[in-house]
Design a protein around this ligand. Structure first.
Ligand code: PRX
Length: 632
């Protein structure tokens, strides 16, 4: 983590207070009171929530904390899908709509809880037929279709550990994730459809598994009918094919609360991506509780989170949280600009979406195209609107609040991470909102802003965002690399260092400023500078590369790469395009540099580390700070 930064907060104490009815009818009730209840007895607080769910065996203790390792709901047994599906089918929600999917061509598919349970059970039995057992890793690389959720839930049902890889990642990013997790099966689709174009996912998978010795089977959801992709006998299987001739029911595997539920890769500031491991019991409780209270989900809500299940936001707030709560979830492959910039507002009107959760980069893109687009549609069904992934700047807040929320809907700007598993800081529904600030820790979570030694910094001064006590849905380890897990708790002794810089206002509201390390958040996606640099260096013309994030009005940050060419290569527009293409093919479109500058030298420390901070300061015309370690 960098030690030198100087952020001072100019307090603009502007608040928006939602109608009192929001608070009166909210699940959380009075925020202050709920927070006090948590602090008075954290175990009792979480236990009360856990009791709302179904367990095969209850816990002996709520939390066992042996720094830096936590076990939650010790010795309890459960299956998360029993809570996401069976519980509702056995209760009053058998015919309730669990999932609505809309395709680009206007096709709609609707699943009741009963139907979803049936599909999940049959697909789970299909996986079993392929030899998938409890503890096996299964990679899911799929477009945003119901089959993606069915695959995730089927894994969870039989105790297989899913590793979902966002379908925007390229061959080598996928290969690395399959190999690190040693996935036995890859579940994919022939194509994904974006903006009227078919993107062949299967060919990316086929290339990615050439050097993936653990993979035994590939399951393909074949969308294209004419002609359907051919299956390689014995190795490739049809998604619906494996669901034939299997029992309609699949009993839930009994999982220990601490058994892994999934691995999800996230960029590290150095080296390869980290396989963040979440476990069954604590994750379920955190996902359920936060979904219910932060979105204040009610029985009649129709809920839409625009993320992809390939990210943590989709895991927790499309799949596990809303289904554990028993909500109606809407998903779509439709992008916000296709066929025109009104597509999402049209969907809100047609589907009568009441709770909507999106990202600041989307909001800023909408601001750019103007309010005429949303104004063409009736958005009065909206009740609560949310944001996640990067700072929601005050201008974007005001626009979102006024144009989409009609100065009526509370905005829940939620701060959290792949590692935290659930939302950690927000402004709970009903509380006064402060543009530019995420808000306060949700009841159950204790955070602070500190210096590098863990001492709280005074209000208004920048510091590191830390979490002061374990929480149920915290990551338990980094897959096959526990040393990297320990770093979270050892960087600042005794607390979890999130890696973000933040400022606390005198009212306790927290403003998140950005990353404190070499991770760049582009359109809300975590990109490690190291990953992009190594992709660039894998090109034959490149000797060395350094990558920085540059502020961008829409994307939050844009990637700029500085490249030293190998002898015999000369800079040209063609080479720039070749390098961009190369990164796109290896890492995927999410990690593509927006700008490439060819240079002869890179600023380095005497020990040879590239000083990205110096490059960035120079790029932005800022003071580079302490450069005493700079060579020459
Ligand atoms: O820097 C913070 C930023 O996103 C990082 C976590 O990224 P990821 O693990 O991909 O998870 C994203 C979705 C939960 C954080 O360290 N971040 C996330 N939400 C916010 C945010 N920054 C400011 N405000 C937010 N609401």
């Amino acid at each position: 983590m960098k030690e030198n930064f100087d952020v001072k907060l100019v307090e603009n104490a502007k608040y928006y207070t939602p109608d009192a009815e929001y608070k009166r009818s909210s699940w959380i009730g009075d925020y202050q009171e709920a927070y006090r209840r948590f602090l008075a007895d954290p175990d009792a607080f979480w236990e009360t929530i856990a009791r709302e769910l179904e367990w095969i065996r209850p816990w002996d203790r709520v939390c066992e904390w042996t720094y830096p390792y936590a076990r939650w709901f010790v010795n309890a047994q459960l299956n998360i899908t029993a809570n996401c599906l069976d519980r509702h089918v056995a209760g009053d929600r058998r015919n309730k709509v669990a999932l609505i999917w809309r395709g680009e061509d206007g096709k709609e598919r609707v699943y009741s809880y009963q139907r979803l349970l049936g599909e999940v059970s049959r697909f789970a039995n299909g996986l079993k037929k392929l030899g998938v057992k409890k503890g096996d890793r299964v990679c899911i690389y799929m477009p945003m279709v119901p089959e993606q959720l069915i695959a995730m839930l089927a894994c969870a049902r039989i105790g297989a550990v899913h590793s979902v890889v966002f379908a925007g990642f390229g061959t080598s990013a996928l290969n690395l994730r399959i190999n690190d997790a040693e996935a036995k099966v890859v579940i994919t689709a022939d194509i994904s459809i974006r903006r009227g174009k078919a993107i062949p996912l299967i060919t990316i998978v086929q290339e990615a598994i050439v050097h993936a010795p653990s993979v035994e089977h590939v399951v393909i959801y074949r969308r294209r009918k004419e002609p359907p992709v051919e299956l390689h006998p014995g190795r490739e299987h049809d998604f619906y094919g494996i669901m034939e001739d299997v029992p309609a029911e699949c009993p839930c595997e009994t999982m220990d609360a601490e058994d892994p539920l999934f691995v999800l890769y996230t960029s590290g500031s150095t080296g390869t991506p980290k396989g963040v491991v979440h476990t069954c019991g604590g994750y379920m409780v955190g996902a359920y509780y936060s979904t219910k209270t932060v979105f204040d989900l009610k029985e009649r809500d129709i809920y839409w989170c625009t993320a992809d299940p390939g990210w943590i936001t989709g895991h927790t707030y499309i799949v596990y949280g809303p289904l554990a709560v028993g909500a109606t979830v809407f998903i779509t492959e439709i992008t916000p600009d296709y066929p025109d910039p009104g597509s999402w507002w049209k969907l809100i009107q047609e589907q009568q979406i009441s709770v909507f959760y999106t990202a600041p980069t989307a909001i800023r893109t909408f601001m750019k195209v103007g309010e005429d687009w949303p104004n063409r549609y009736n958005l009065s069904s909206l009740r609560i609107i949310g944001s996640v992934g990067e700072p929601l700047n005050p201008e974007a807040f005001e626009w979102y609040y006024r144009v989409i929320g009609k100065s009526r809907c509370p905005i829940v700007d939620t701060w959290w991470q792949t590692e935290t598993g659930m939302q950690m800081i927000t402004t709970m529904v009903g509380e006064p909102m402060r543009p530019g600030f995420v808000g306060k820790p949700i009841p159950g979570v204790e955070v602070d802003v500190t210096d590098k030694n863990g001492n709280p910094v005074p209000p208004g001064t920048g510091g590191f965002l830390v979490i002061k006590r374990p929480w149920p849905s915290m990551l338990r380890t980094v897959y096959k690399n526990d040393a990297r897990y320990r770093q979270y708790w050892e960087t600042i002794s005794g607390v979890y260092a999130a890696g973000d810089l933040a400022v606390k206002g005198s009212d306790g509201y927290i403003m998140v400023i950005g990353r404190a390390d070499d991770i760049i958040i582009v359109s809300g996606h975590n990109i490690g500078t190291a990953e992009v640099e190594s992709a660039l260096v894998s090109h034959h013309a490149v000797a060395e590369a350094a990558v920085i994030g540059k502020p961008d009005a829409i994307k939050g940050n844009a990637i700029k790469a500085f490249v030293i060419l190998r002898v015999g290569n000369t800079p040209s527009e063609k080479l720039t395009q070749d390098l961009i293409y190369h990164v796109r093919m290896t890492l995927g479109p999410v990690a593509v540099p927006h700008e490439i500058e060819f240079v002869d030298k890179l600023p380095k420390t005497r020990s040879g580390k590239i000083m990205r901070r110096v490059l960035k300061a120079k790029e932005l015309g800022m003071d580079p700070g302490d450069i005493s370690t700079l060579e020459e």
